[in-house]
Design a protein around this ligand. Structure first.
Ligand SMILES: [Zn+2]
Length: 479
C-alpha cells in the first residue's frame, strides 16, 4: 500500500508501475535510495535490538563506553566490567584480560578509557547522547549499516542531488534518471508496456534516457546553447550507466552550472512529454526559458519564505570579554589529536581587568569522543579552580552540547552524564556563585591554543607566567 501511494495509479504514462520495491526505496539517500522508512529495519529496531546490538552498537564501536567489552564478552566468562578492573585503582586488570581474550580484543578493552566519575556498571546505548536506547537511533543504525549490505543501493555521491538548491520536483526527476526509472519508451518496453520505440522528439533513434536527455539532436543543441555540452560529453564518455554519467556530470560542474543543468534536464523531459501526450512541438528557446523561469521563481519564493520565517539571529559575541567586577573568568577547551592519540586540555584564568592569573595544560589518552573530551576539560577546570580556592568564576567553553547537558534536568545514562554529574556536585557545593557558559569558538582562542599545545607536551603543566603560545592573545584581550 505504501508503495502504491508513492508511485501512484493515476495517469497513463507509466505511473502505475511500481518501479522499485519499498525496501529498495528505503535505502538511505547516500546510496541512491529515497531514505524512506524501512519496515524491516523499523521492526528490528522496535522488537529485536539484539540483531542491531550484535553489530557492536553497545560499546564496541565507540571506545569511550564503559561497556566496550560487552560486544566481546560471553555470558558466564565474567559478570561485570568491574571484574576486569583492578580492585585498588581505576585501571584495567591487564593480566586477567590477557588470559581471557585474544590480542585484538585485549587491545580494544585496554584502549577503552576509564573515568573516575563512572562508578557503576550499566549498559549504555552509544548511539544516543543520554545513553538510553531509542528506536530512532537503532533504526538509523540498521538502515545505514546492516541494511545496506544487500544490493538495493548504488554507491555514488547522491548527496549532490539532495543538497542542491533546486526545486524538489527537479531533485526527484534527477533521482529517477539516476535510478533508471524514467518512463522512457525503452524502459516501458523493457517492462512489457506496449508502446512505440522511437524517440518522440526526433523520431529517429530508440528513446532511452541517455538519448532523450543528451544525445537527441534537439537536446544536444540545448546543452550547447547552455555552454554545458563539454562536461556532458565527458560524462557520456566515462560510462554507459546513466547513474555514473549523471553523478559524473554533476561533480564536474560548479554550483550555478549544476542548477542550470538540473532544471534543463527537467525542461527537456517536459518537452518530450508535451510531444508524447499533447503532440506539441517545443523549440529550444521554449525549453531554455521554462528552465530559467522555474529556477528564478523558485529561488525568489525561497528567499521570501526564509526572510519571513527566520527571526534575525541574536548576534553571539565573537570576542572575549572581561568578567564583571570582582569575578574571574576561566576559559576551557579540548583539542583532539589522532596523530598522538590524545586529547589535549587547556584552561586559562583571568581577572576582571583581563589580567592573567594562571593557566594549565594536561592531556588524556587514548583519544575520546569530542563531548566526553570537552566534559573532561570542564571537570578538570572545575576541580582546579576549587583547589585554588577561587570563587565567583565564569567558566566558558565552546562546546554547546556539553554546556546544555550540564544545565539539563534530564538524566544521562552515559559517561558524559556521569562526568557532568561530578562537575555539578563541585559547582553546587564549593562554587555556588560560579557559572558555566557557552561562547563562540572565536572568543575562546586562549584555551584553544593551550589545548592544542597540550597534545604535544610530555607532561602536565601549570603556568604561573604567561605561556608564549598565548602571550599575544592575553595582551590583545586585556585592552
Ligand atoms: Zn531523439
Amino acid at each position: 500500500m505504501l508503495n502504491s501511494f508513492w508511485w501512484g495509479h493515476s495517469g497513463n504514462n507509466g505511473h502505475g508501475i511500481h518501479w522499485f520495491s519499498w525496501e529498495r526505496l528505503s535505502v538511505s539517500k547516500d546510496h541512491g535510495g529515497m531514505g524512506f522508512k524501512s519496515l524491516k529495519a523499523f521492526n528490528i529496531a522496535m522488537l529485536d535490538i539484539t540483531q542491531v546490538t550484535f553489530g557492536g552498537v553497545f560499546g564496541a564501536q565507540n571506545p569511550s563506553s564503559k561497556v566496550a567489552a560487552s560486544g566481546v564478552l560471553r555470558p558466564g566468562d565474567i559478570n561485570k566490567v568491574k571484574d576486569i578492573i583492578m580492585s585498588n585503582c581505576k585501571s584495567w586488570d591487564i593480566d586477567k584480560i590477557s588470559s581471557m581474550f585474544d590480542s585484538t580484543t585485549v587491545r580494544r578493552i585496554i584502549n577503552t578509557p576509564l573515568f573516575a566519575s563512572v562508578r557503576t556498571d550499566k549498559l549504555v546505548w552509544n548511539l544516543e547522547h543520554d545513553g538510553v536506547y531509542s528506536v530512532r537511533s537503532a533504526y538509523n543504525y540498521y538502515v545505514n549499516n546492516v541494511g545496506n549490505q544487500d544490493n538495493s543501493g548504488i554507491a555514488g555521491n547522491w548527496h549532490q542531488i539532495w543538497r542542491a538548491k533546486i526545486p524538489p520536483k527537479v531533485k526527484n526527476l534527477l533521482w529517477r534518471i539516476g535510478r533508471n526509472v524514467l518512463p522512457t519508451r525503452a524502459t516501458l518496453n523493457s517492462r512489457s508496456v506496449q508502446c512505440l520505440v522511437h524517440c518522440a522528439v526526433c523520431n529517429d533513434s530508440a528513446e532511452d534516457s541517455i538519448h532523450i536527455l543528451f544525445l537527441c539532436p534537439r537536446s544536444t543543441e540545448c546543452w550547447q546553447q547552455a555552454g554545458l555540452w563539454n562536461q556532458i560529453d565527458a560524462g557520456l564518455n566515462t560510462s554507459n550507466n546513466i547513474a555514473d554519467i549523471l553523478l559524473f556530470i554533476l561533480q564536474s560542474l560548479n554550483k550555478e552550472q549544476q542548477e542550470i543543468f538540473s532544471v534543463l534536464l527537467w525542461s527537456i523531459w517536459k518537452r518530450r512529454n508535451a510531444k508524447v501526450w499533447d503532440n506539441i512541438t517545443e523549440s529550444n528557446t521554449n525549453v531554455y526559458e521554462r528552465a530559467q523561469h522555474l529556477l528564478t521563481s523558485w529561488k525568489q519564493a525561497q528567499q521570501t519564505r526564509s526572510y519571513a520565517n527566520t527571526p534575525q539571529p541574536i548576534q553571539q559575541r565573537t570576542n572575549w570579554e572581561k568578567p564583571s567586577q570582582g569575578r574571574y573568568k576561566c576559559n576551557i577547551d579540548a583539542s583532539f589529536s589522532s596523530t598522538h592519540n590524545k586529547v589535549g586540555i587547556g584552561m586559562c584564568i583571568r581577572d576582571d581587568q583581563g589580567r592573567y592569573v594562571a593557566a594549565k595544560t594536561e592531556w588524556l589518552e587514548p583519544i575520546l569522543d569530542v563531548e566526553i573530551g570537552e566534559a573532561m576539560g570542564l571537570f578538570s577546570a572545575v576541580k582546579w579552580v576549587d583547589e585554588l580556592r577561587l570563587s565567583d568564576v565564569d567558566f566558558e567553553m565552546d562546546c554547546k552540547r556539553v554546556v546544555d547537558c550540564l544545565h539539563s534536568s534530564r538524566t544521562y545514562n552515559s559517561d558524559l552524564g556521569d562526568i557532568l554529574r561530578d562537575c555539578r556536585v563541585i559547582l553546587a557545593t564549593n562554587l555556588v556563585n560560579s557559572h558555566v557558559k557557552f561562547i563562540r569558538r572565536q572568543a575562546n582562542e586562549v584555551a584553544h591554543r593551550l589545548a592544542r599545545e597540550a597534545t604535544c607536551l610530555a607532561s602536565f603543566h601549570i603556568f604561573i607566567d604567561i605561556p608564549t603560545c598565548i602571550y599575544d592573545i592575553i595582551m590583545n584581550e586585556m585592552r
